[in-house]
Design a binder for this molecule. Structure first.
Ligand code: AMP
Length: 279
């Protein structure tokens, strides 16, 4: 496995590789990331992973500065998972001048849920993903369903710009107690870590109750929020949406088997966790 830090090195390493599969990450890798790399490797083409903590997708008060940077360990994990090339640029390599051209996703998809609580987040994500796709020029790119809205936003971006890349979703990898793996789980105290699987449990209950269609959705969502609040969480949203556009389903759609997804984001202490469950 080769590790490169500059665009020139990346281009040299990619010369002659017509088809690659790409896994973009912000590093501090865990089994969730590695499952995406294994999925990528299974497809047979050379696998490129990127490690870049993208300042554009963090709000000023968020954890950009303290986001864990663990490149050496990440590389030790990537090689046995089947990665062939790691692109780990410094910030001024990817952004040598202020990134004033940006990719602005549509408000209808990007200003709700995560976008409501993290304004500008998806502009930052789309801009860096667009840039990384241009740098790596992969045939396939793998994104985790853990970041469900992000996956939808990227799929729509690729479709609307006719980018020559296939987006492949990777299933969420969870700890034995159900907590979705996340680099941010490392911020949790022992006590918070023990409480953290509640988010997933509350989402599962919301998904089940939402699906049976007997009670109004707003009541179910309020009850889910109240349960988390009572346990010391500060929820941003807990909601049941249509998978296809992340808008609220009508009662008729809930009953008629419209594909749905329960999505949630909540803070436990100073750590913000997100999760989702398709139903
Ligand atoms: P990040 O490093 O958090 O930007 O994540 C990089 C990629 O890994 C994204 O496509 C995420 O959706 C994906 N990812 C993060 N956590 C998980 C997980 N627990 N299971 C599967 N994929 C994940």
């Amino acid at each position: 496995m080769q590790v490169v830090h500059t665009l020139a090195e990346l281009r040299a390493a990619l010369a002659g590789q017509s088809r690659t599969t790409f896994v973009p990450t912000m590093g501090n890798l865990h089994e969730g990331h590695l499952a995406l790399v294994r999925e990528a490797a299974r497809r047979g083409a050379p696998v490129v992973a990127s490690i870049f903590v993208n300042r554009l997708q963090f709000l000023p008060h968020e954890d950009f500065d303290r986001y864990p940077r663990t490149l050496a360990r990440d590389c030790e994990l990537l090689a046995p998972a089947g990665c062939d090339l790691v692109f780990a640029p410094a910030e001024d390599e990817l952004y040598p001048e202020p990134q004033t051209y940006k990719v602005q996703p549509p408000a209808a998809l990007a200003d709700l849920l995560e976008g409501e609580f993290r304004p500008g987040f998806f502009t930052g994500v789309c801009t860096v993903v667009m840039k990384l796709l241009h740098c790596v020029q992969p045939a396939v790119a793998v994104f985790g369903q853990k970041d469900y809205q992000q996956l939808k936003v990227i799929e729509a971006m690729v479709r609307q710009f006719a980018l020559p890349v296939q987006i492949v979703p990777g299933a969420t990898v969870r700890a034995a107690d159900g907590l979705a793996l996340s680099s941010r789980n490392g911020y949790l105290s022992a006590e918070e870590r023990a409480e953290a699987p509640t988010l997933q449990r509350v989402l599962a209950a919301l998904a089940a109750a939402g699906r049976d269609g007997l009670r109004p959705l707003a009541d179910l969502e309020a009850a889910a929020q109240a349960e988390l609040r009572q346990r010391g969480w500060q929820p941003d949203y807990l909601t049941l949406r249509r998978r296809r556009d992340l808008l609220a389903p009508g009662d008729d759609e809930r009953a008629a088997g419209e594909p749905l997804v329960a999505l949630g984001a909540a803070r436990l202490g100073s750590t913000r966790l997100i999760d989702n469950l398709e139903c």
